[in-house]
Ligand binder design. Structure first.
Ligand SMILES: Nc1ncnc2c1ncn2[C@@H]1O[C@H](COP(=O)(O)OP(=O)(O)OP(=O)(O)O)[C@@H](O)[C@H]1O
Ligand SMILES: [Mg+2]
Length: 652
């Protein structure tokens, strides 16, 4: 059981958790979700005891805790199997066991100590067996295989493994320790689908509490039985599956946005009213009451719509038409051939998605193309004036942790001014004090953002991107995608995120069984095409393409008709607007006239000759009352017309 009581934590001004109470029962499977920087990792670190909260506590009792950090774990440099044993505490035990055995064999049969040695041995062995003991190595090999390692990996050195594989090693160690509470921070980011399935199977048998952080929808949907959303310092719990949570959350968000939009509209309107009439002394009360209304309003807090952010990054000069040509490239690891004799050409302006099942060799191909790894054979050549940059998960890890965000951003993109850089950083969600944060404290998603920011800033005309959206929340993905859509250079990208690839790419290359298949179209077209090819292969009739010219004729006529209707609608709206504008003008003239008349009456009512005529005073008072009523209702009418006018404007 995990019991959080009045948990609060802030980093400077930034509140991460505020007075959180949460009791997590045995066997709970919690999907912890939230935007980048919301505090997911922070919460896991508090539970794991790595971080002390400002107030309150997170108690875990005597339960053992295993925490898989989001950042690459430190593994040491020894043999993999030794590392796994060490981490399970087995190495120490087996040393003690051998020592006990030595003592037993060295002491004579009648030695007085023998009894004690035997007892010691028994105790140590019991502990040893509890941890898997003699079964440990076979189990460890099973786990390594499940996580995608080749046989013999146990004998290799930890230091030989690169980024993603090191993270799998850390995961293997954690699973073998089999702790009561498992805290997994983005465990799926470095896994292919087979390993993921294996992991899901393994975790299903876990008996204790599990909390996962993941931006992977499928994984969360399969694994989590409840969702906890962390936002604005608070945790909201949803006792349901991830899919159900998404529906509920969207409904809730929609409702919040609707209320907020209505409120914004009202605020705008009051402001227009105040602007329009603030200098009319006679109506000071009307204006004042509205200003008070504004002050009293509790502004409804919603996330700002991300649509407003549109960033364009500086680009290098155009490259030549030929961007990259790979000839007869090949890659082998140990005895295993990933691909061989591959040819690939990419031309200027192409936005290429490289797809394929996991393990097909997508990342390897990108590493070879970008020169991060040498090809075993053949060559990779770049065309005239090509300036390329390569992004992979490791890019975020290889930032300088001692720098601040701002210092790191300054290292690149000499072509733009500081002010422009600041602006761009702001649009990329680092504003105010955030840019002075040291890289070392950034959340996983924030680090990815900095790495992507640097990449987009370095003057390039060819981007090679390997899974750039891992760690990124939806909002950041959107912004990044829009920046890429505006990018004028050439693009080669691996991503398992369909929504990201859709309408971003114009060519798809599939890598399958060591060969490349070219689909010169966008991503949906590729899916469709592949599906129909599959049907064809399965012997089914494929859908006959329609007569092309007929299709074009119909679509041309359609678009003419659409344009005509749009023009008609536009004209109608202009006419409506004009009518409203005229009405508002007439109304304002009447208000002005009536207010002047009111002023005149008030002045008259101060004059002695008027005051002495009681009949005159009475008729003036009656007129005054009527005028006052008319003016008040005219103001109300003004507001109505103003609102209608705004809604017509919005329809354009
Ligand atoms: N030591 C620190 N000093 C200042 N700010 C910090 C510190 N540690 C974390 N932060 C900030 O606290 C926020 C929460 O970070 P956390 O790593 O918990 O986010 P997260 O929800 O895990 O995000 P992501 O999805 O990107 O992994 C971030 O904005 C981060 O920059
Ligand atoms: Mg995190």
């Amino acid at each position: 059981m995990i019991s959080m009581k009045k948990l609060s934590l802030a980093f400077g001004e930034r509140i991460i958790l505020k007075n959180v109470n949460w009791l997590i029962g045995e066997r709970a499977r919690v999907g912890l979700v939230g935007e980048n920087g919301a505090g997911k990792t922070t919460l896991l670190r508090i539970i794991a005891g790595e971080l002390t909260p400002d107030e309150g506590s997170a108690e875990t009792g005597v339960a053992s805790i295993g925490y898989l950090p989001q950042d690459l774990a430190r593994l040491g440099s020894g043999r993999v199997m030794d590392f796994l044993k060490d981490s399970a505490g087995l190495s120490r035990l087996s040393e003690r066991l051998s020592e006990a055995e030595r003592l037993i064999s060295e002491s004579g049969e009648r030695s007085l100590e023998l009894g004690r040695y035997l007892l010691d041995h028994e105790n140590i062995e019991r502990e040893f067996l509890h941890l898997g003991g003699y079964e440990f190595e076979p189990t460890a090999r099973k786990v390594l295989r499940g996580l995608g390692f080749e046989s013999g990996a146990g004998e290799r050195l930890c230091g030989e493994f690169s980024g993603g594989w090191r993270m799998r090693l850390a995961l293997a160690a954690l699973l073998l320790r089999n702790p009561d509470i498992l805290l997994l921070d983005e465990p799926t980011n470095h896994l292919d689908s087979e390993s993921m399935e294996w992991l899901e199977g393994w975790l299903r048998d876990h008996r204790g509490i599990m909390i996962f952080v993941s931006h992977d929808r499928r994984f969360l949907d399969k694994m989590a039985t409840e969702i906890a959303e962390i936002a604005r310092g608070d945790i909201t719990r949803y006792p349901m599956s991830y899919e159900e949570y998404i529906v509920r959350r969207d409904e809730e968000r929609e409702r919040r946005e609707r209320v907020a939009a209505e409120q914004r509209e009202r605020v705008d309107q009051i402001q227009r009213f105040v602007e329009r009439f603030r200098y009319k002394a006679s109506k000071a009360a009307q204006v004042q009451s509205r200003i008070k209304q504004l002050d009293k309003m509790e502004i409804y807090d919603t996330d700002p719509p991300s649509k407003s952010v549109n960033i364009r990054f500086p680009e290098a000069q155009r490259s030549g038409y030929d961007v990259m040509a790979a000839r007869r490239i090949a890659k082998r690891y140990g005895g295993r051939e990933i691909f061989s004799l591959l040819d690939l050409e990419i031309y200027r302006g192409q936005r290429v998605a490289l797809v394929g099942v996991n393990g097909a060799g997508k990342s390897t191909l990108l590493r070879v193309i970008s020169g991060a790894e040498a090809s075993d054979e053949g060559s990779v050549e770049f065309g005239h004036n090509v300036k390329y940059a390569y992004f992979s998960q490791e890019s975020a890890q290889s930032l300088n942790y001692a720098h601040t965000v701002w210092e790191e951003a300054c290292g690149t993109g000499s072509a733009i001014t500081e002010a422009e850089k600041r602006n761009l950083l702001g649009s990329f969600l680092f504003s105010g004090d955030d840019i002075n944060k040291p890289i070392r404290v950034l959340s996983g998603g924030e680090k990815s953002r900095v790495a992507i920011f640097k990449l987009l800033l370095s003057d390039t005309n060819f981007l090679i991107l390997d899974e750039p959206t891992n760690h990124l929340d939806m909002k950041t993905r959107e912004i990044f995608k829009r920046a890429l859509l505006r990018y004028g250079g050439t693009l080669l990208i691996v991503s398992h995120d369909r929504f990201f690839l859709d309408d971003l790419v114009n060519r798809v290359i599939e890598i399958r069984d060591g060969a490349l298949y070219d689909y010169p179209g966008n991503y949906s077209w590729f899916i469709e095409k592949r599906e129909s090819l599959r049907r064809l292969n399965d012997g089914e009739e494929s859908a006959q393409p329609k007569d092309k010219s007929a299709v074009e004729d119909v679509s041309r006529a359609d678009s003419r008709e659409r344009r005509r209707l749009e023009a008609e609608e536009r004209n109608r709206i202009y006419r409506e607007r004009k009518v409203f504008a005229e009405r508002i003008e007439i109304l304002e003239a009447r208000i002005k006239e009536n207010e002047e008349r009111l002023g005149k009456i008030d002045a008259d009512l101060c004059m002695p000759e008027v005051l002495s005529d009681s009949q005159r005073v009475q008729s003036l008072m009656i007129e005054r009352k009527i005028l006052d009523k008319t003016i008040t209702s005219d103001y109300t009418r003004w507001e109505e017309l103003d609102a209608e006018m705004e809604s017509v404007k919005r329809r354009i």
